[in-house]
Design a protein around this ligand. Structure first.
Ligand code: ADP
Length: 488
């Protein structure tokens, strides 16, 4: 908007008409005081100021405008009919004017000047605005940088305080920070600790996870550079995502050497104990079977029923010890799988028969699905063991419902067998853990007997067959445990 300041209303009128004819927005003031008041309130792109006015003359008005930050930048064109001499023109420029036009005015020339100054002012205002917003952005970025720096420092301090070796990598896998414990296992921050020759290579495993964009978890022995000793560590490396790309990685090595030693001693103890128990138990079982056969000759003999009951308990003990032996075989890598081409349908039916014979009549096992008459390579005894385990659990963990469904499904590459029950179910977040050694779901562990090793052995057996094992379960509704076997 343009402000015209003149004490003569006729002048104002004609000038206003002239400017409005060229689409300029115009405001007017009849004195210097009024002009100042308006200029402090509104934003003007140009002021056309009459020099001769009663009260404040044009020069004084311009000088006053120069004293206010809001008005000092507004370009002023002086208009004068009387003071056309050089000294007045000079004063006009000195008091802050950008042009001095003498009357009578040539409207075309005045309009050209107004247009030029108006555009110049608009441009300079726009530039100022963008400069201000740039400055604001730079300031914001600087502040964000300072905050980020202090957050990174804080994060590094936290990593330094950890009892573990801690480090960070950039998105390309280059080390960007290591805490001081790193240097017990490596001379340089750019070199990963040396792993035991029998263990997985950290760099290869990391590269594999980096390509997939997934976290890495690895147990590995790394060499302490002072003692030369290899100690077991659990390495965890997690990607930190920025949208879809990995910004960096945070990693830790946790020393699990002592834990590993205790575990090893426990496994050794289990292995020795179960071996030592197995031999006397086998002869007890044999003698009891002889006794049972002898007593069965006499009708209505209560001793015979006692012996039968004792034998069934001996059988349970035998299963427990066999399971413990299997665990120690797994630990020592000695659980051997003897694969032959077999008929899976027969094995499933055998397992169901065994379960029906050893449980009361209320238990109902239904079969769904169909297996074509093909031979699949698997270890008959071990797969039957898995099925018996699934079925025993399905009945054990369903105290209110005796219904179990065995479903089979075959496609071009694999066969899938699942066992469904309608029992107590397993909470979501505990489902992965049930295949771990000695794991039992807390909620059910008091109510039902068990050692938590059956599913661990099953998962090892299925892994050795290159199959998959898993479950889906809903608390209070039931569970489905399944395994798959490749057809070839
Ligand atoms: P065990 O039954 O001897 O405890 P398992 O290894 O067979 O050991 O099972 C591990 C745990 O998984 C069990 O303790 C139980 O908490 C849970 N579980 C297994 N099967 C079922 C099932 N069908 N329904 C509910 N929970 C189950």
């Amino acid at each position: 908007m343009i402000l015209i300041v003149d004490d003569n209303q006729n002048n104002i009128y004609s000038l206003k008409k002239l400017l409005e004819s060229k689409d300029f927005q115009v405001d007017t003031a009849e004195s210097g005081e009024e002009a100042l008041g308006k200029a402090l309130k509104n934003n003007y792109a140009l002021i056309i100021l009459d020099v001769q006015m009663p009260g404040m003359d044009g020069f004084e008005v311009a000088e006053t405008f120069a004293g206010y930050s809001k008005t000092k930048e507004i370009p002023i064109i002086f208009l004068s009919a009387v003071n056309t001499e050089k000294q007045f023109i000079t004063r006009g420029y000195e008091s802050g004017g950008i042009d001095y036009v003498t009357k009578p005015i040539d409207p075309d020339i005045l309009l050209l000047k107004v247009k030029t100054f108006y555009n110049l002012q608009e441009n300079s205002l726009a530039m100022k605005k963008s400069q201000q917003s740039l400055e604001l952005e730079v300031k914001g970025r600087r502040e964000a940088q300072v905050t980020m720096r202090s957050e990174i420092d804080h994060f590094h301090l936290m990593l330094e305080a950890l009892p573990q070796i801690a480090f960070t990598l950039d998105g390309n896998g280059k080390v960007t920070f290591v805490n001081s414990k790193w240097f017990q296992y490596s001379k340089s921050e750019n070199i990963f600790p040396q792993t035991h020759p029998d263990d997985h290579s950290i760099l290869l495993e990391f590269e594999r996870c980096r390509r997939k964009g997934s976290a890495l978890q690895l147990e590995s022995r790394i060499k302490n550079i002072e003692t030369g000793e290899f100690r077991y560590h659990l390495l965890r490396m997690s990607p930190v995502y920025n949208g879809k790309s990995i910004k960096n990685w945070v990693g830790t090595f946790t020393d699990i050497e002592d834990q590993k030693k205790v575990e090893k001693e426990k496994d050794e103890f289990l292995s020795i104990a179960s071996h030592e128990l197995k031999t006397p138990l086998t002869s007890i079982k044999a003698y009891m079977q002889l006794l049972e056969r002898k007593l069965k000759g006499y009708d209505g003999n209560t001793e015979a029923s006692f012996v039968t009951k004792a034998l069934s308990q001996v059988e349970k003990l035998n299963t427990l010890i066999t399971d413990l032996l299997d665990v120690s075989k797994i630990e020592n890598g000695k659980l051997k799988i003897n694969k032959k081409r077999n008929n899976l349908d027969n094995v499933i039916n055998n397992a169901i028969d065994t379960i029906l014979q050893t449980h009361d009549d209320k238990v109902k096992i239904t079969r769904h699905g169909f297996i074509p008459d093909i031979l699949i390579p698997f270890d008959e005894i071990r797969i039957e063991q898995v099925l018996i385990n699934f079925l025993t659990n399905a009945i054990k963990y369903s105290p209110e419902n005796n219904q179990v469904i065995v479903t089979t499904f075959v496609d071009e590459t694999e066969v899938r067998v699942s066992v469904t029950d309608f029992g107590i179910g397993i909470p979501d977040f505990k489902q992965d853990a049930v295949f771990k050694k000695f794991y039992r779901v807390e909620e059910s562990s008091l109510q039902f007997q068990g050692m938590g090793i059956g599913l661990y052995i099953c998962s090892e057996i299925i892994n050795q067959h290159d199959g998959t094992i898993g479950l889906s379960s809903v608390v209070e509704e039931g569970s489905t445990f399944y395994f798959t076997l490749p057809l070839n």
